[in-house]
Design a protein around this ligand. Sequence first.
Ligand code: AMP
Ligand code: ZN
Length: 109
Amino acid sequence: MSNCLFCKIIAGEIPSGKVYEDDDVYAFKDIHPKAPTHVLVIPKAHVATLSDCDDPALLGTLMNRVRTIADDVLMLAPGYRVVINVREGGGQEVFHLHVHILGGKKLPF
Ligand code: AMP
Ligand code: ZN
């Protein structure tokens, strides 16, 4: 989508701290990290928000990549948190589906 910030990051039109990319997903460092490690994992297909996405294959691939990026790329062996904010009430600010991976310290809940 032409006016979407995260689509522009995928396209390389806006710089990002890329940590992983394949045919299906792109992962990059959050610009305002809320933990020592804070990475966003996004599908390359534009999906505005989780509740719009009735696509088990896309969601399955996305979550499987979250798992492997956290463990194999970010090396978060002690553990991590996964967050998806959904629409304004859930704190979503960027309307391209994204999964936050937070780690690198003990996270209170
Ligand atoms: P959310 O509130 O779930 O929509 O999260 C959006 C996240 O995107 C926030 O944590 C922002 O810090 C992050 N963000 C916004 N712009 C950028 C950017 N240009 N590069 C990296 N992260 C960004
Ligand atoms: Zn987008």
